[in-house]
Design a protein around this ligand. Structure first.
Ligand code: MTE
Ligand code: MO
Length: 377
């Protein structure tokens, strides 16, 4: 799979782990465009990269559907069966900015620190495919009691001595509002192997973990999937749950990311020479179809805030981030802290400190992102 990484990803990607491959783009490149080039889109894998022959591929639909069937890629691409849809959607890994929570972790070395993501585990693409709702309709709809769709990926990985498939589920309530796509194109290109070729799910407004890559089977169920990824991982265990008490019943399932944002430039500890205004770039995002309504910057550690003008926020679409470039007044000399804060359209905003949202799985780092600079004014 290393050859796939070299062929499909930008040479400047930051490789967090070689196998399973996990990588994120360097900060300076990520928010140059509101749409992320395919070779710079972050990669989150739990196992290997399957090599799937698109000619031999089919998608199996079974479980609580009225007419179980298998569809080839040609069936899915047949526009007389399924209208083709293109949507701009950001995918964000729930581990984005995990690095900051690792810094707050006082315990001994722990296996949970597997992918130490910085600010780059988010990206935006125009995904093309069909609405999963239409595909289920083609199967005669769901049988009584069918409420969740289990998605199977063709990749396998080892955990606790077992060989597993990556399997998750999405509720039908999410599918029936046309918020789940089955996609074979990413930004007008065939889906890259590393991003799920030939077919992946794109679940709008949910954490990336639900957007199944290398999708080959969909099974309708009564209850959410009992596969480990759905039932035991991606759970939010607050600090007070305690290290040894992480039982699924005590965790909150992570589904929609809260509002968050990040500064991509300047860098931490950069010496910034300026004439009273520091140029700042970054992104802001909110899950669940909420969108960044207001982005603010501080150059004094979070005491005074300056609004980023709306026209400096691009990609105004409910399922995507907004990237920004703005300048913030700064009259400090020497070390000072830049901070970003976002308000979404429901007026949710971000906690001030990392410890406010610290949790055992180190997911969902949503606190205000801080960057120290040495200001030369
Ligand atoms: N699908 C499969 N089959 N295997 C995986 O390991 N990782 C998930 C999701 N889909 C994963 C998967 C996670 S945790 C994330 S964040 C997104 O894919 C990342 O999508 P990307 O690699 O295309 O950016
Ligand atoms: Mo993820």
């Amino acid at each position: 799979s290393w050859e796939v990484v070299q062929k499909e990803k930008h040479p400047d990607m930051l490789h967090l782990l070689q196998f399973p491959y996990n990588g994120e783009p360097p900060k300076v490149l990520l928010t140059q465009d509101a749409i992320t080039p395919n070779d710079l889109h972050f990669v989150r894998n739990h196992g290997g990269i399957p090599d799937i022959d698109p000619e031999a591929f089919d998608l199996r639909l079974d479980g609580l559907v009225n007419n179980p069937q298998t569809l080839t890629l040609a069936d899915l691409k047949n526009e007389s069966l399924f209208p083709r849809v293109s949507k701009l959607v950001s995918l964000q890994c729930s581990g984005t900015r995990r690095f900051e929570q690792i810094g707050e972790y006082a315990g001994e070395g722990d296996e949970m620190i597997n992918a130490p993501w910085a600010e780059g585990a988010i990206g935006t693409a125009k995904w093309t495919g069909v609405s999963l709702k239409k595909v289920i309709k083609q199967c005669g709809g769901l049988k009584d009691g069918g409420k969740h769709l289990e998605l199977y990926g063709a990749d396998t990985y080892f955990k606790g001595g077992n060989c597993m498939n990556y399997v998750v589920s999405v509720p039908w309530s999410k599918v029936k509002t046309n918020e789940v796509l089955l996609a074979w194109e990413m930004n007008g290109q065939p889906l890259p192997k590393i991003h799920g070729f030939p077919l992946r799910a794109v679940v709008m407004g949910y954490i990336g973990a639900r957007s199944m890559k290398w999708l080959y089977r969909i099974k309708a169920l009564e209850k959410p999937s009992r596969a480990p990824v759905q039932s035991r991982e991606y759970l939010y265990y607050q600090q007070q749950v305690g290290k040894h008490n992480q039982l699924p019943t005590k965790g909150i399932q992570i589904q929609e990311m809260p509002v968050s944002s990040a500064i991509m430039t300047p860098f931490n500890k950069e010496v910034v020479v300026h004439n009273g205004n520091v140029e700042v770039s970054g992104w802001a995002y909110s899950g669940g179809g909420r969108w960044p309504e207001r982005v603010e910057l501080s150059s004094d550690g979070g005491y005074c805030w300056h609004e980023v003008p709306l026209e400096n926020l691009s990609a105004k679409h409910k399922w995507t981030w907004r990237t920004f470039k703005a300048s913030v007044p700064c009259d400090h000399e020497g070390w000072t802290e830049l901070v970003v804060r976002c308000w979404d359209n429901s007026l949710n905003t971000q906690p001030m400190a990392v410890r406010d949202s610290w949790n055992w799985g180190l997911h969902v780092t949503s606190s205000c992102h801080r960057v120290k600079i040495y200001s030369v004014n």
